[in-house]
Design a protein around this ligand. Structure first.
Ligand code: FAD
Ligand code: DLZ
Length: 507
């Protein structure tokens, strides 16, 4: 039976279920560059280049195996601009009896895909995406009947089922989680290894020119483009990370330093998310390094937790709760996104540096995303939908299944605590402890109120104050609310006044 096999831009894995049973003599693999995917949000230009160049390289690698690939380029004169429309046009070109695809990563595309069979009157088989360590079905089973869907308990189940870092029924080292050891500030004399960059080859350069000409107004610098665009390059990055950075990853996971955009982080999320790497092989390589004695347990566990724990958990949650998940707004946050999220034109140095790095690299590490831009959005009461759209635009690794739970749930607490037991709200003291941003800032984290006070300080108390009816009953918030209650009325009024002035100026 001749089959048309659809491969999307984040499905660039040879092991993809849509390619199971591929018959080289009859089947056709369809890959489509379409305008709708580049513009449903105006992605960072580096993300566009990464996805399109990696797609083109993947198509070449299939062709080198003797597979027939029908590749529709973005600038093909007849390109109709969307997956559904392009599938229709492809079905006019090919005599096939069925279409096979792998379930997509985003709800939006899933809905479109489910309409294909009816739209074109041809059998469409949508197969499971097996590239995750926990299937959607297994996550649903785990979630059934639970009051709280905490990541930590999910992660323990995943440790048990994979046997990774397990000593029989017990976690290796006697603890499940070494998070408290993963929060050291970076010593001022610490040396950070340089990052690998891959010089753009002719395929990438051609895509860069295409993106420059078609999407000149999209956010982000392109000159720095150095992402891996092939599986071989992504594997090189993985090995570099495990041998050079992973040993220090655990200690400095939460640290931030001006000009050090990557520190000891993996910088592998874009490759995992588009399929150039698979989570299993990434975890296994880290575990091998641990077994060989070259990486400490704290770093290995810390890293494993991110991939086996957080990454699988947010994906499970996304599919469990969509489409309603995106609609909640527990804190009733409504303020529009300030313009400086795009321009970096702000006096707050932590925000300025994080946004500049984001523009430069289409990357910021987790703590910058959560505790700088995310924390500000939370404290300032920015509207979840606007913040989520920003996160989906600006990072090379941004796909809704992973971006939305992290932004809506973890950073903004807009899901009312489904993902996190309390909001990740912090004042300037946290930023000062974990970074060097405060050093040359126009504001001081030591000044709580009045002239020169760090806005994170008074916004923090203002946030608690305006959300008291929603958060005061949370046992994990008891301590800050007790502190707030001990403040004099005058002090509370002064906080309110300064916070209002600051927020009004944002508007
Ligand atoms: P490391 O810190 O080195 O971690 C290793 C790997 O673990 C990552 O490559 C990633 O695959 C996985 N991982 C770590 N933390 C998470 C997490 N919280 N959720 C899911 N996977 C995780 N990650 C994305 O992949 N895409 C997104 O669009 C995205 N948006 C985010 C938005 C916000 C507001 C926040 C707070 C986090 C977001 N994250 C997102 C999670 C995390 O910040 C990134 O995965 C991480 O920064 C990627 O950099 P890295 O590869 O150097 O990761
Ligand atoms: C992100 C992206 C972009 C920018 N362009 C394309 C494209 O032209 N063709 C394609 O197949 N995929 C692209 N992607 C990735 C898709 O947006 C992704 O496959 C869906 O969001 C489903 O997860």
């Amino acid at each position: 039976m001749a089959t048309l096999r659809v491969v999307l831009g984040d499905q660039l894995s040879r092991s993809l279920s849509a390619l199971d049973g591929l018959d080289r003599s009859r089947d056709v693999v369809l890959m489509m560059e379409v305008r709708e995917e580049a513009t449903y949000v105006p992605h960072h230009r580096q993300k566009l280049v990464l996805v399109l160049s990696a797609m083109r390289h993947f198509a070449e690698s299939l062709r080198a195996e003797g597979v027939t690939v029908d590749y529709v380029a973005l600038d093909h004169p007849e390109n109709r601009g969307s997956f559904t429309q392009e599938l229709g046009r492809a079905l006019e070109r090919h005599q096939v009896e069925r279409v096979v695809a792998t379930e997509p990563g985003e709800w939006r595309v899933w809905e479109a895909m489910r309409g294909w069979e009816e739209a074109y009157g041809i059998p469409v088989k949508i197969r499971e995406d097996r590239r995750f360590l926990c299937s959607r079905e297994a996550f649903t089973t785990w979630a059934q009947g639970r009051k709280a869907l905490r990541m930590e308990f999910f992660y323990r189940e995943m440790r048990r089922s994979t046997g990774w870092l397990m000593d029989g029924e017990k976690p290796v080292g006697g603890r499940w989680n070494y998070d408290p050891e993963n929060r050291k500030p970076l010593p001022s004399d610490a040396r950070v290894p340089p990052r690998q960059r891959f010089v753009p080859d002719p395929v990438t350069r051609k895509v860069m020119a295409l993106v420059e000409s078609r999407f000149p107004d999209h956010f982000g610098e392109l000159e720095n483009f150095g992402w891996a665009v092939t599986r071989e390059q992504a594997l090189e990055s993985l090995h570099h990370f495990v041998t050079v950075c992973l040993p220090s990853f655990g200690d400095y996971q939460d640290a931030m330093r001006t000009g050090e955009d990557f520190l000891f982080h993996a910088v592998l999320s874009p490759y995992l998310n588009i399929g150039l790497l698979e989570p299993q092989e990434v975890c296994e390589l880290a575990l091998e390094a641990y077994a060989a004695g070259s990486v400490p347990l704290t770093a290995t566990e810390g890293f494993l937790r991110q991939i086996l724990g957080w990454r699988e958990y947010v994906r499970g949650l996304y599919w469990l709760r969509m489409p309603g998940y995106a609609e909640t707004n527990f804190l009733d946050a409504r303020r529009p996104l300030p313009g400086f999220f795009w321009t970096a034109d702000t006096e707050l140095r932590c925000l300025r540096e994080t946004i500049k790095a984001t523009r430069r690299n289409a990357y910021a590490h987790h703590i910058q995303r959560l505790m700088i831009t995310g924390n500000f959005a939370l404290l300032a009461g920015l509207a979840p939908a606007e913040v989520e759209a920003w996160y989906l635009v600006v990072y090379a690794d941004a796909f809704e299944w992973v971006e939305l739970p992290n932004t809506h749930g973890m950073a903004l607490h807009a899901d009312g605590g489904l993902l996190g037991s309390k909001p990740y709200a912090a004042s300037g003291a946290y930023i000062d402890r974990m970074s060097d941003y405060c050093r040359d800032c126009a504001f001081s984290p030591k000044v709580k109120l009045g002239e020169g006070a760090c806005p994170f300080n008074y916004l923090y108390w203002h946030f608690l104050s305006v959300n008291a009816s929603r958060l005061k009953g949370n046992p994990r918030m008891a301590m800050p609310y007790r502190t707030l209650a001990r403040m004099t009325d005058d002090r509370r009024a002064a906080i309110e006044h300064q916070a209002r002035q600051f927020l009004d100026a944002l508007d």
